[in-house]
Design a protein. Structure first.
Ligand code: DAL
Ligand code: ZN
Length: 336
């Protein structure tokens, strides 16, 4: 068996699944900062001081939940993990970034796109600073927003959330008939084309959106094969998977046949994605050595769409988990 769904006996009989999921065992430019406009550049300087506070956060008891966070982890991590400190110096011309009281922010949140909300705050660093410092108007629990954070402490709300308008990424080889949110699909298509033109080979899509029911079936398969403890390090419980947002893509290397997910890590495609994914709005969500924060073993194939601005800030700040990026507590375990 392999984590490449087509050969996964654990999945046989999963009639309700939308996409073949991560299968159990074996184990498995575009924009630059300088192109993002004067407003962002100014905001970067203004935000630097406040973000510096976030840079001192260590995961665990010292971290604080934001207003919208579910009940915090009762179990601190085994080690403090440093977060990024590479931030620009305050600008002489910096202005104060917008807050939730700003009418422009309120208007963007009421009717604007995710990018418009970020712009209304004064750019991505100002937005992130607002989130890290607990801005009450930005919910990291909103599954329709590109900045949603789903982890073992933060289930989907509602638990059976399903995104609308899912599409197939154009020109991307798919192991199964899998779908993504339109913005994530368009970005993945660009990513795949860029990887090919850079000579990194063909990147295919193994799994993408999975419904609550599909994840239920996936998780049960892991538990059957590996037992609950090992399953919990590889598969999210239903209602706790990023795949349910339509923003997560499990990619694979296809030259010409697509390899199983557990073989992806050693490929040229994996190297390319880890280095360049952010340019297309994608981050590797479960990085090597971060199990104490994410609760999952490394998954170099599991890409999470954040949008180009947030992904660039994540990359530029040398972050390795979304929890650290947004100043959230580590989520190594479920609450119950
Ligand atoms: N494999 C990831 C953690 C998921 O099931 O969402
Ligand atoms: Zn995945």
């Amino acid at each position: 068996m392999s984590r490449n769904g087509c050969h996964d006996a654990a999945r046989q009989g999963d009639n309700d699944r939308v996409a073949e999921p991560d299968a159990p065992q074996p184990r498995h430019a575009r924009l630059t900062l300088t192109q993002r406009g004067v407003r962002v550049a100014i905001a970067l300087g203004a935000a630097a001081l406040a973000v510096g506070v976030a840079a001192t956060i260590t995961v665990g008891s010292a971290a604080r939940p934001t207003a919208d966070a579910p009940a915090g982890s009762s179990e601190p991590p085994t080690a403090a993990i440093p977060v990024a400190t590479a931030l620009p110096a305050p600008s002489q011309t910096a202005h104060v970034p917008a807050s939730c009281d700003d009418p422009g922010v309120a208007a963007a949140l009421a009717g604007g796109s995710d990018a418009e909300v970020i712009a209304a705050f004064g750019g991505v660093q100002a937005f992130r600073t607002a989130v890290v410092t607990g801005a009450p108007c930005v919910s990291l629990a909103d599954p329709a927003r590109v900045w949603v954070v789903v982890d073992k402490q933060r289930p989907l709300a509602p638990i059976d959330f399903a995104p609308g308008g899912l599409v197939a990424p154009e020109g991307v080889q798919r192991v199964e008939d899998v779908l993504l949110r339109p913005d994530a699909a368009a970005a993945l298509a660009e990513l795949v084309a860029a990887a090919a033109s850079d000579g990194a080979g063909t990147i295919g899509l193994n799994s993408a959106y999975r419904s609550y029911a599909s994840q239920q079936s996936t998780y049960r398969g892991y538990v059957r094969q590996l037992g609950r403890e090992a399953a919990d390090r590889q598969s999210a419980r239903p209602g706790y998977s990023e795949h349910q947002t339509g923003l997560a893509a499990d990619v694979t290397a296809c030259d010409p046949a697509c390899v199983a997910l557990e073989a992806f890590g050693g490929t040229a495609q994996a190297q390319w994605v880890a280095t360049n994914g952010w340019r297309f709005g994608y981050i590797v969500r479960y990085d090597e050595g971060r199990t104490a924060v994410t609760g999952y073993d490394a998954e170099p194939w599991h890409l999470r769409y954040l949008g180009t601005e947030l992904a660039a800030a994540y990359h530029d700040g040398d972050f390795h988990t979304l929890e650290e990026f947004f100043g959230l507590p580590a989520a190594p375990d479920y609450a119950e």
